[in-house]
Design a binder for this molecule. Structure first.
Ligand SMILES: *Cc1c(COP(=O)(O)O)cnc(C)c1O
Length: 379
């Protein structure tokens, strides 16, 4: 079995059957002749050849038994939610991607689905929540956002399976290179491919990878066709271009994150650094047990100078762009509480960094000058 970097660089040793080309063409036809070639795809709402190639690659990276790409990470999440019916019950990571928390809360309320927010690192709390009702899904995020906490996937899978529930792991931030949740017992892995898989901040995409191609999974595939949420051919083609360099980008960005986390942890103006790759992090042991190769490129830190200083900090950086999102080549900074807005549980002095692939010296110098200016402004 070839290594991930080798698989990705050549798109799984791709050769175009028509031209012999090493790069796939964009096959944008919506329909194909019914009695045509063996590879005829039918109607485009159920898929296209670029999506099939991306699915085969991600399926291999994640050790899956089926993969489906959608036109956004949110669409992939909706596809999973579409399998729920009134009376069902879901446990969701409390420190999860805030927009999804809003989406799922509204959906569950409208459909009469019980939703419980739980800190999934607290297994006793999870056990209690699963005992309360018939749980259908446990929805984890590894690491969580924006505190980058690491739950124990094998333990969660055991708890889920004991009550007949499925474990969904949103592994967007971990990337398929550093974490393979299916191998650890998860039933489905979700990626917002808008982030690292595409990696260039120029399209939205999402993916699910399953441990079993069962009837439940077929329901998800049918939902994608019915809702028209498959990733279109042009976007899938662009995504494939991004995926070729996934390992290089994620390696550099994760290295930058670790260096910056270590540096921040030594600054007197910084009260806490949240990064699972720091030896002193309460999540380090669980991260080390489940991740391999790196810990991801997202981190947060809190300032001694407080909330106003944190908000001002974002306007002082010259290399970091003041912007939300993650997983692109350029580094971003945001005052997370302001982004999340009303109902946010994020600490108000917290700054979230998405590390890109820049030279780390420039990133460190930028943070140093912004930190100096913040401390001086206060004094
Ligand atoms: C961005 C993101 C999503 C949503 O994905 P979209 O592609 O924006 O729809 C879901 N989960 C996580 C962890 C994300 O960062």
């Amino acid at each position: 079995m070839r290594k991930n970097a080798t698989l990705l660089a050549g798109l799984g040793h791709y050769t175009c059957p028509q031209s012999g080309g090493l790069v796939p063409p964009v096959q944008s036809s919506v329909t194909s002749v019914i009695d045509g070639s063996d590879g005829a795809l039918g109607y485009a709402r159920s898929g296209n050849s670029s999506v099939l190639l991306a699915e085969s690659l991600l399926n291999t990276l994640e050790n899956g038994q089926g993969c489906a790409f959608f036109n956004a990470g949110a669409s992939a999440a909706w596809a999973v939610l579409s399998t729920l019916t009134p009376g069902d019950s879901v446990i969701l990571e409390a420190d999860c991607y805030y927009e999804f928390r809003t989406i799922i809360s509204r959906y569950c309320q409208r459909l009469g689905i019980a939703l419980t927010l739980v800190d999934l690192c607290n297994l006793e709390a999870v056990e209690q929540a699963t005992r309360q009702g018939h749980t259908n899904l446990i929805w984890a995020e590894l690491p969580t956002n924006p505190l980058w906490k690491i739950a124990d996937i094998p333990a969660l899978a055991k708890l889920a399976h004991r009550v007949g529930a499925r474990l969904v792991v949103d592994a967007t931030v971990a990337t398929p290179l550093w974490l393979n949740a299916l191998k650890l017992g998860a039933d489905v892995v979700l990626h917002s491919a808008t982030k690292y898989l595409n990696g260039h901040g120029d399209l939205t995409a999402g993916a699910l990878v399953t441990a079993r191609p069962d009837a439940w999974w077929q329901e998800i595939i049918a939902y994608r066709t019915a809702s028209g949420s498959v990733l279109p051919a042009m976007e899938a083609w662009l995504l494939l271009r991004g995926m070729r360099t996934l390992s290089l980008r994620v390696e550099r960005a994760s290295e930058n994150a670790l260096k910056i986390a270590r540096w921040l942890a030594q600054q007197p103006g910084v009260s806490v650094v949240h990064y699972p790759g720091l030896e002193q992090s309460p999540h380090f042991a669980r991260a080390e047990a489940q991740f391999s190769g790196g810990f991801g490129a997202m981190l947060s830190f809190q300032l001694n100078a407080g909330a106003k200083a944190a908000a001002a900090f974002c306007r002082r950086t010259r290399v970091f762009r003041h912007s939300t999102s993650l997983g692109s080549t350029e580094s971003l900074i945001e005052h997370r509480r302001s982004t999340e807005g009303e109902g946010s549980c994020c600490p108000d002095d917290l700054l979230r960094l998405s590390l890109g692939i820049e030279d780390c010296a420039d990133l460190l110098a930028d943070l140093a000058q912004a930190l100096d200016a913040t401390v001086n402004a206060k004094g």
